[in-house]
Design a protein around this ligand. Structure first.
Ligand code: 3PG
Length: 215
């Protein structure tokens, strides 16, 4: 069933409102998927972005999809094939670093709510013209950081952003306090070293600290 850009943005907004931080996950071994998702959800971060950057990513999504309380999405969506594969694996939302009409068409046709990336006023406006009012701002720190997003609030108040890329515990509040930021994405809550070591308690503790970040 297809989805309109407006409904996709409403759903993306709900997902972004579930917690202040969306963990960005790069997982190499599907055996780590379930305990990782359980730790993050237990720590208070239900919305999870599994990047399609490892051969295991689709199996990771499959394994995380039925973790109670989790909302599992696929990140790094680039092509229509990515969209179809992510949907088939059980992803309930998608995230992309940028946006092309081909990718937007595919997500709308597959009914996969997308959080599409923008990094400039023109890119944000093009997405807005098409109906996307919830957008990822990527790469957040490199593209101008909190100062840049804050500057878009006055001319483009209709758009809410999820900044991702370079967000960390030390700068997350600079973003989260902005009126046009609803959440932020970051990989720091699930560092590869801890994932590979199966340090689920430590990851849960990082998630708990991230979930406590409030504007
Ligand atoms: C990414 O590209 O992996 C995401 O934007 C996360 O970036 P980060 O590792 O800087 O949090």
């Amino acid at each position: 069933m297809s989805i309109t850009p407006q409904d996709a943005s409403l759903r993306a907004r709900e997902i972004c409102q579930a917690a202040p931080i969306v963990p960005v996950l790069v997982v190499h071994d599907a055996a780590q998927a379930r305990p990782l998702a359980e730790a993050l959800v237990a720590g208070g971060l239900p919305a999870l972005e599994v990047t399609l950057r490892t051969p295991a990513a689709l199996d990771v999504i499959r394994a995380m999809a039925d973790v109670p309380g989790g909302i599992v999405g696929a990140g790094t969506l680039i092509t229509p094939d990515d969209v179809k594969a992510a949907k088939d694996a059980g992803a309930t939302f998608g995230v992309s670093p940028g946006a092309t009409d081909t990718l937007l068409d595919a997500c709308e046709a597959e009914g996969l709510p997308l959080l599409p990336g923008a990094a400039s006023a023109s890119e944000a406006m093009r997405l807005l013209e098409r109906g996307y009012t919830t957008q990822k701002f990527f790469p957040a720190e490199a593209a101008g950081g909190a100062k840049f997003i804050g500057s878009l609030a006055s001319p483009l108040p209709q758009i809410s952003f999820c900044p991702t890329g370079g967000v960390s515990p030390s700068n997350a509040m600079d973003y989260l306090k902005l009126a046009n930021v609803i959440c932020a994405g970051g990989s720091w809550v699930a560092p590869s070293k801890l994932v590979e070591a199966g340090a689920w308690d430590e990851i849960e503790a990082l998630a708990r600290d991230a979930a406590a970040l409030k504007a």
